[in-house]
Design a protein around this ligand. Sequence first.
Ligand code: ADP
Ligand code: MG
Length: 252
Amino acid sequence: MSSLEIINLSASINGTEILKGLSLKVPKGEVHAIMGPNGSGKSTLAKVMAGHEDYIVTDGDVLLDGKSLLEMDIDERSREGLFLAFQYPAEIPGVSNANFLRAARQARLPEGEEIDAVAFYKEIYSKMDQLGMDRKFTGRSVNEGFSGGEKKRNEVLQMMMLEPSYAVLDETDSGLDIDALKIVAEGVNAMRSPDRGFLVITHYQRLLDYIVPDHVHVLSDGQIIKSGSKDLALELEEKGYDWLKEEGLIKA
Ligand code: ADP
Ligand code: MG
């Protein structure tokens, strides 16, 4: 029961089917990686789980600890323990980073309970220090004018503050130089726990040198076409995605 389970999921945008019966199960305590060529549907999967309104689910389901995610409101998905870090994080002008996180934390408290502001700031500063983020980012509007790398660190900060049961990270490595990548990976690794599952989406193997996955899945044309151990990522790095075509797994 304690898993994020994607069952035979099909979804389309503007009448084009992008996910074509995708199945994948991430039990708590495990880190799964999804790799795949550009355009294979990786970000679509993340956006469908987030409840993005442009996507229509045509078949299948996603279960969060046995409960249908697709039937939940968007904010409910988050309160139930799902966190998504997007490839292109949204900017929220006029809402400071600190207020945004405070509101998200407040929404998780029982009725009538108030956040302890002093403890909240102590915690956010300590996490920002861990991620090498300047404290001035608490006062800036969420992601507005942030560089690519700053946005990615900010996504990880959000994840650290929300302590989700399941985190889906879409190309959190893109836009990061190697030092920033290591810091972000350390942040993720520090959160690995028997009570948490991760789905790490990446085009490149490099991230998986630092966030070592328990399982690797290859997404192609909207389906998982191969699964394996972390060694599969190395094989993909070495041979590219074309050898799967030669094996007849990817439709040419
Ligand atoms: P990935 O993250 O694996 O690179 P995406 O999930 O972003 O892939 O995209 C999957 C496919 O969906 C791509 O072929 C892309 O062109 C297509 N797609 C994305 N948005 C739209 C849209 N608005 N209309 C039609 N096709 C789209
Ligand atoms: Mg993508």
